[in-house]
Design a protein around this ligand. Structure first.
Ligand code: SF4
Ligand code: SF4
Length: 244
């Protein structure tokens, strides 16, 4: 039931993508910085950072339109995406992007203002037909890694939003804040591997359980699919100070 609700919310989020896309734009934040405007994407990314201190990457698991799109592509390529060094590409992209934002802000002019609806039409992102060319370009960027490399490869490799949440959740852990995470009872695991098959991020959950690392995995999006699939109820959500 929980996974059905999760997938439905993700699908709705994806269907709303043309309306909300400018609130996740890595480009508009740079354009806003050049005019000293804190735009919608700046506000959304800061909210992601703060929320992830308490809820980890729950945004990715339950609300992200790009996540919804990629989960629709599982039929095209259901294989787990290769992990390792590829997962670090997103941090390189993110670092270059953050430097570009700061540099543009320093070189920019005007007094600092806040405009959450910057470059939207009464809050709606895409209202003109020619903007769909850009929209479908962005969709291709999100679709191709997942189709070529497998489950949610775009999240693993190139997502510019994921590092905010990885930083936020790491900071939350460092500060010992109560934070949503997955805990496992290692001794109850029968190593059936059903959790691996259900994980939309293609993670080796079984191995994480045996190594007691489920609560520390920065690629985990707290979707709960492994919890709902495990026949032995090994995994569960926790929001406590103590971690395994
Ligand atoms: S589904 Fe449960 S019992 Fe099976 S490997 Fe995963 S944690 Fe262990
Ligand atoms: S480990 Fe579990 S909660 Fe984390 S992404 Fe995979 S299925 Fe979702």
């Amino acid at each position: 039931m929980r996974q059905r609700v999760r997938k439905t919310v993700l699908l709705i989020s994806f269907l709303l993508f043309p309306v909300i896309i400018w609130y996740f734009s890595p480009y508009l934040i740079i354009q806003g910085a050049s005019e000293h405007i804190m735009n919608g994407s700046f506000i959304v990314f800061m909210l992601m950072l703060v929320l992830s201190m308490f809820f980890g990457r729950v945004w990715c698991g339950y609300l992200c339109p790009a996540g919804g799109l990629q989960e629709c592509l599982f039929a095209g390529n259901p294989n787990p995406a290769k992990q390792g060094w590829r997962n670090r590409i997103k941090y390189v992209i993110w670092t270059v992007w953050i430097i570009a934002i700061i540099a543009t802000f320093i070189m920019g002019k005007n007094d600092l203002t806040i405009n959450p609806f910057y470059m939207t039409d009464h809050g709606i992102s895409i209202t003109e037909i020619h903007n769909y060319i850009m929209y479908y370009g962005v969709l291709m960027l999100l679709v191709l890694p997942a189709l070529i490399h497998g489950r949610r490869a775009t999240c693993h490799y190139i997502c510019w939003m994921a590092p905010f949440m990885v930083i936020g959740s790491s900071l939350g852990r460092l500060l010992h804040l109560p934070q949503l995470h997955i805990e496992a009872d290692k001794d109850a695991c029968i190593a059936c591997g059903k959790c691996n098959k259900s994980c939309p991020m293609g993670l080796d959950v079984k191995k994480m359980v045996s190594e007691e690392k489920t609560s520390k995995c920065t690629e985990c999006i707290q979707c709960g699919a492994c919890i709902d699939t495990c026949p032995k109820k090994v995994l569960k959500y926790k929001m406590t100070w103590k971690r395994s």
